[in-house]
Structure formats: structure tokens, C-alpha cells
Design a protein. Structure first.
Length: 352
């Protein structure tokens, strides 16, 4: 009788955990539809959605092993509801390399992290060599640095990319096709910005947006904590977590306003648009949904495998994107393996 009571108690505890995990998962799935301003906690659930999905998978296995078929329906249905989300970070299809040889426009976005601030220009040339190898037509860079010692990086790039448009000093678009117009989009109270350039691709004018939204502030907080520790100051983990949460939520508020600004600018365009850059936010977030609008996420359309764009093994997240208007069609989408930055470059071939 005692064993039966324990058995029932354990099953009841697992059922309670299952209900809590399911509620949190469903709430997180719709968290990206809620403006984080005034709804921070609900919006933040999006960032732990992968962990919630894993928890549902483990609970499904548990119920199946215990042969509790009715209870197993709960995590099964919850996981099924998450399929649209999983499609933003994983695609079962394999990469069709042959499609990359088809006629179209090859575009790349890369946060180059100031080329590591090195003075020889080697990293800039290494990146240029990769863009040549990938046959890139348009390159959008964030955290760009024009000078390498006594040399300008644009001088090295102009042979392959004869056209160049600078937005704010750390934002640039290089192009093999003529640039017919441009605009710099400045954000209030921050050094981040966006820009667009109208590019004439064999008679078709495409408006290409290069976007760098507000950073998360996590790396800066950890760096400041390390400096304080080196000065023999006591920095508790709770203080660090509080600082990370505060800076992250503040950055999230900034990104919301910035995403709305870019989305409004995009909607006012009469030309087909391509939007790319470092959004500093995850798929399914409010910022992601605002930036995407009615556009097509290139990875969901023609990407393959597990997509993450941060090189840090502790942060395997996707924060760099290429979107395009529905009038265009994606052929290939993948990340490169360059090690010049804390980001990976993202490449996409688009049929016009």
C-alpha cells in the first residue's frame, strides 16, 4: 500500500510539472506577439523556449515509458504547437548546393566586430577573400572599421565591390551593382543604427536594409564584473544576474523602438526590399516578428540543419538574419565558418 501511495504521489508531481511546463511553453509561443514594454516577464519567456521544448520532450518520454497514454497527449500536443518555432532554428532539409549556381543575387550580412581592431588589415582582406570565393554581390557589414593602420579598408574592397555606401561610421553596404539612393536611419540615445541603399541589379532596383539593433549588454556586464574582481572587489552572482537582467530588459526596450522604426521605413518603400543584419534578438521574439512583418525569413524558406550565428559555444543562438519581400524567391541560405568575429557571416542567394 505504501509503494502504491508513493507511485501515485510521484505521478501527481510529474503531472503538476507537466501542466506548469505546458502553460509556460504556450505562453512563450505567443510571447513574441506581446510588446515587452509593460509585459517584460511574458516577453522574456521566448528566450527560454528551447529549454521548455526539451522539457516537454523529456516528459513525453517519461509518460510513454510509464505507459500513461492520456498524459502523454499533453506534451505531444504542446510539442506539435512548437513546430513553427522550431522551423526558425532548425530545418530538416539538406543544403542544395546546386541552387547556388543558379542566376540570382548573392547577399551576405556580417558583424565584423571592428575587424578585431587589428592594424595590418589582414582580417579585412581575409573576409574579402571569402566574399570573392562565395561570389557575393552585396555585402552588409555591421561594426565596420574603415581604417587599418594607415590604410583604408574600402580601398582594398573597391576592385571587387566598386560601389559602396556608408551609413553611420560603423555601417556599410558594399555592392557589385550601382547604388542609386540611400538613407541613414539613426536611433535615439544609442550608437546603433540602420541604413538602406537602392541597388540597381540589371535594371531591377532593390532596396537593401542593413540593420544593427541594440546589443544585449550581457558581455559588457560580465566584462565589468571581471574588472571589479581583478580589483579585489566582492561581486556576488546575484548582483551579476540582477545587472544582466536589468541591462537585457533595457536593451530589449531599445530594440523594440528601433525595430518599429525600421519596419515603418520598410513599409513606406515602393521597391522590393531585403532586410538583413544583426538584430541582437532571437527568433519568435517581438523584435523578430516586427522586423519580419509580411516578409520571408530566408532560413525558413531554404536553410538547412541547425542555424545559429554566434560563435560563442555558450550562446548558440541565431541573431543575424536575411529577410526578403514575398515577390522574391530564396534559393540557398547558410552561414559561413569565418573566425574573424564573434558572429558567423550569413549568406543567401535570391532569385529576382
Amino acid at each position: 500500500m505504501g509503494k502504491l501511495a508513493v507511485y501515485k504521489y510521484v505521478s501527481m508531481m510529474f503531472l503538476v510539472v507537466q501542466i506548469v511546463v505546458t502553460v509556460f511553453t504556450i505562453t512563450a509561443l505567443f510571447g513574441g506577439d506581446v510588446n515587452p514594454i509593460g509585459n517584460t516577464s511574458r516577453a522574456m519567456l521566448v528566450y527560454i523556449l528551447p529549454l521548455l521544448i526539451i522539457a516537454n520532450v523529456l516528459l513525453l518520454i517519461y509518460w510513454l515509458v510509464r505507459k500513461r497514454w492520456i498524459y502523454a497527449i499533453i506534451p505531444f500536443v504542446t510539442i506539435a504547437c512548437c513546430i513553427p518555432y522550431t522551423g526558425t532554428i532548425f530545418q530538416l532539409r539538406s543544403l542544395d548546393k546546386s541552387a547556388d549556381s543558379k542566376t540570382g543575387l548573392k547577399i551576405a550580412t556580417y558583424n565584423v566586430a571592428m575587424f578585431g581592431r587589428e592594424t595590418s588589415g589582414f582580417q579585412a582582406l581575409d573576409i574579402l577573400a571569402e566574399m570573392r570565393r562565395q561570389k557575393v554581390d552585396i555585402l552588409c557589414m555591421q561594426e565596420y572599421n574603415e581604417t587599418s593602420g594607415d590604410k583604408k579598408n574600402s580601398e582594398s574592397y573597391k576592385e571587387y565591390f566598386p560601389y559602396m555606401q556608408v551609413g553611420r561610421e560603423d555601417m556599410v553596404i558594399f555592392s557589385r551593382y550601382p547604388i542609386k539612393g540611400n538613407k541613414t536611419i539613426l536611433f535615439d540615445d544609442t550608437n546603433n543604427s540602420a541604413m538602406w541603399a537602392d541597388i540597381d541589379v540589371k535594371g531591377d532596383v532593390i532596396r537593401v536594409f542593413n540593420v544593427h539593433l541594440q546589443t544585449t549588454g550581457i558581455n559588457r556586464t560580465l566584462h565589468q564584473a571581471d574588472k571589479l574582481r581583478m580589483q579585489d572587489q566582492n561581486v556576488s552572482n546575484s548582483r551579476i544576474l540582477d545587472a544582466i537582467y536589468g541591462n537585457y530588459t533595457l536593451g530589449m526596450m531599445f530594440r523594440v523602438g528601433q525595430a518599429v522604426t525600421v519596419a515603418n521605413e520598410k513599409r513606406s518603400s515602393e521597391k522590393p526590399c531585403i532586410v538583413c543584419g544583426d538584430f541582437n534578438d532571437v527568433p519568435y521574439s517581438y523584435v523578430y516578428n516586427t522586423m519580419l512583418g509580411e516578409m520571408v525569413d530566408g532560413f525558413r524558406e531554404c536553410g538547412s540543419g541547425f542555424m545559429y550565428t554566434m560563435r560563442d559555444s555558450k550562446k548558440p543562438v541565431r541573431i543575424d538574419y536575411i529577410f526578403h519581400d514575398q515577390s522574391l524567391k530564396g534559393l540557398t541560405y547558410y552561414k559561413g565558418e569565418l573566425t574573424n568575429s564573434d558572429h558567423f557571416p550569413v549568406f543567401m542567394k535570391i532569385a529576382l
